[in-house]
Design a protein. Structure first.
Length: 350
């Protein structure tokens, strides 16, 4: 295997996509990986509104995709006032088992959303489930990582250069070829890589040793025009994703430095929330997220009195040529996040 990809990163399907956020539609519609995905673009204010959406989500059929495959997972993101969310959580038997993750939006830099959260809903067919003991092990290990002390890094980076890719670099044939090589072990072709390089919503960071591309990652921007009380509120998220590091350079903290460079860049933008959907079978990515200062869905679940849960079997994250799992087996992901005010405090210019 030439490299390790997504042992460090977020929600990256095996087949390349120009967007991992998905369509801004509700109810959820067909997406990659035998899923339905959707985003509700209005803030739910009351317990009744939230229960209505949960019921709609639960009754949306799995169905089949255009390839004739059975859809085995539904997922959605909704925006809810914390008061309504707590009222529903406090009412037994109201279908709250579909709540997978809560991301509080306080400190997002938007006063109108200070009392709100982004909530992940998820429901899986019985054929697409992770054994409860495996989930418990994954979450226990993740919790230990996020409760651990952040120790100073002992890696030196004087031999490496970390660059935000300019348009000139994205169009450089040599760099394009190296990106192709970096991702080709996972079945990505040049056309797939080109979509990443040319997507105007992507901020790309690459680590070079001399002229050799050794590690890469990106932040994908998504602006959601939320509606609350008749007012439109632009909400800007960046997902940290598409991580790749050459095998021979692993263990040097390179991707953490790539991600830190991304966070420093985001501190100069209109970001309201930076987040990732991280592989629970990859302790390295969780340690990297913790080192960057991101919060985890475990922490926010406890805040709302919910059990800590992953995005169950959300996507398949390939381990390259060593991955001999059945094609139907996916990975559980943990949402990690950091709001605007904390990004500015930690990564902004002083």
């Amino acid at each position: 295997m030439a490299l390790t990809r997504e042992r460090f990163g977020g929600d990256t399907p095996v087949t390349a996509s120009t967007s991992s956020v998905g369509a801004l539609v509700w109810p959820p519609i067909e997406a990659s990986e035998q899923r339905k995905k959707g985003v509700l673009m209005r803030v739910l204010e009351s317990k009744r509104d939230l229960l209505s959406i949960i019921n709609e989500f639960n009754t949306t059929p799995f169905g089949r995709n255009e390839k004739g495959e059975d859809i085995t997972r539904k997922s959605g993101r909704i925006f809810v006032s914390n008061q309504a969310l707590r009222e529903v959580i406090g009412t037994p038997g109201e279908g709250i088992d579909v709540i997978e993750t809560v991301v509080p939006l306080r400190k997002s830099g938007i006063p109108q959303l200070e009392d709100c959260s982004m909530v992940y809903l998820g429901s899986n067919h019985e054929s697409r489930r992770t054994a409860p003991n495996i989930i418990a092990q994954e979450m226990e290990e993740a919790e230990g990582i996020f409760q651990s002390e952040i120790l100073p890094s002992n890696h030196a980076y004087q031999d490496f250069e970390f660059n935000i890719l300019t348009e000139e670099m994205k169009n450089d044939a040599t760099i394009q070829s190296q990106y192709d090589t970096l991702y080709q072990a996972f079945g990505w072709g040049s056309e797939d890589v080109a979509k990443i390089l040319t997507n105007e919503n992507n901020v790309l960071v690459a680590a070079f040793r001399q002229d050799e591309l050794v590690s890469a990652g990106l932040a994908e921007r998504c602006e959601i025009p939320l509606e609350r009380n008749g007012e439109e509120i632009p909400f800007v998220m960046y997902e940290i994703t598409e991580a790749a590091t050459k095998q021979e350079y692993r263990g040097n903290g390179l991707y953490t430095q790539v991600a830190i460079k991304l966070m420093e860049y985001l501190a100069t933008t209109d970001v309201n929330l930076a987040y990732a959907e991280s592989n629970l079978q990859a302790p390295g990515v969780l340690k990297s997220a913790h080192r960057q200062g991101r919060h985890s869905g475990i922490e926010s679940a406890r805040e709302f009195g919910l059990p800590a849960r992953p995005l169950e079997q959300h996507v398949r994250i390939s381990a390259g040529t060593r991955d001999v799992r059945p094609e139907s087996e996916k990975n559980d992901l943990l949402v990690t996040f950091m709001p605007r005010e904390e990004i500015l405090q930690q990564y902004g210019e002083t």
